[in-house]
Design a protein around this ligand. Structure first.
Ligand SMILES: [Mg+2]
Length: 124
C-alpha cells in the first residue's frame, strides 16, 4: 500500500487536508503549490497518482497536466475543478486526465476515487 500521491493545490488548507487524508490511507504524500512546482515534483519523485487543482498561479492545472502526461502518460491525474468549468474539464479529459471531481467535494468521495484509480492502474 505504499502508493505515492502528489497533491497539487495553491491553497494551503486544501494541501493540508488532503495530505492528512492520504497519510491516513497509508500513502506517501508529496505536495506542490502550483503547476510549475507539480512538474518538478513529478520528475523528482514519480508519483502513482496526481491530484491536480485547476485554478493556480504560474501554471494552471490543465497546462501542468499536459506537461506531466507528455513526461509520463502512465501517471494517472485526477483534476479538482470548480462548478461551471465543464469546458476545461472536457479539455482535460481530451489531453488524458483520467477523472475529475468538483469542488467542494466530500473527502470520502475523493478517497474512494483515488483508491479506484490506483487499483485500476495496478491491474492494467
Ligand atoms: Mg486553486
Amino acid at each position: 500500500m505504499g502508493y505515492r500521491v502528489l497533491v497539487v493545490d495553491d491553497q494551503k488548507g486544501v494541501r493540508r487536508l488532503l495530505e492528512e487524508l492520504f497519510k491516513k490511507e497509508g500513502y506517501e504524500v508529496n505536495v506542490a503549490v502550483d503547476g510549475r512546482d507539480s512538474i518538478e515534483k513529478v520528475k523528482a519523485n514519480t508519483p502513482d497518482i496526481v491530484l491536480m487543482d485547476m485554478k493556480m498561479p504560474n501554471m494552471n492545472g490543465l497546462e501542468a497536466s499536459e506537461e506531466i502526461i507528455k513526461y509520463d502518460r502512465n501517471i494517472p491525474i485526477i483534476m479538482m475543478t470548480a462548478y461551471g468549468e465543464m469546458e476545461i474539464v472536457q479539455k482535460a479529459l481530451e489531453v488524458g486526465v483520467k477523472k475529475y471531481i468538483t469542488k467542494p467535494f466530500d473527502i470520502i468521495d475523493l478517497r474512494n476515487l483515488v483508491r479506484e484509480v490506483l487499483e485500476q492502474n495496478t491491474v492494467e
